[in-house]
Design a protein around this ligand. Sequence first.
Ligand SMILES: [Zn+2]
Length: 197
Amino acid sequence: MQPLPTLFLDRDGVINRRTVGDYVRRPADFIFETNVLNALRLLAGHFGHIVVVTNQAGVGKGLMSGADLAAVHRKMLAAVRRAGGRIDRVYHCPHRPDAGCSCRKPGVGMALQAQADFSDINFENAWMVGDSLSDMQLGQALGMKTILISGKEEEAKALAALAVDGRFESLWAFAEAYCTAEAQIFTAEAQRRRDVE
Ligand SMILES: [Zn+2]
């Protein structure tokens, strides 16, 4: 039997509401997207590892501390656990965009760190779910399947031109499609391609 795949999740815009032009600096700023807790409970049975990979340059810019970010993630993980879901680890890049680090998405550093921590992660059997170009680029660089969740408006043009494996309105919509009929996940994208042609 094929081992269960790994799910890589972006945070802002997928799990919680994006704060456009700002960062989620404290737990009170962290608001789950609709039905995300149900989605994570559903996905827990279908993925061997579920990890979050998130760029948090607000730390490097001095707008929030590492402790602030840790408090936000404690709140997130506790709520997910209470709802019967699972996030196995959260990786974040605290660096500024101009720092030249290898962890900031679309860099693959956080995914490689996850593979170092969970040696059975196989990127060919992994899904990257995010709302940004950088998420899709990270996934594609490592040969993962890529799912775009209601993409960022400021990247709409680039995202429309991008070949991804599926597009969904929400993590919940992806979870429902994936878990009720894993094979049908590609139907939506195939339909979109036909519509474009
Ligand atoms: Zn970094």
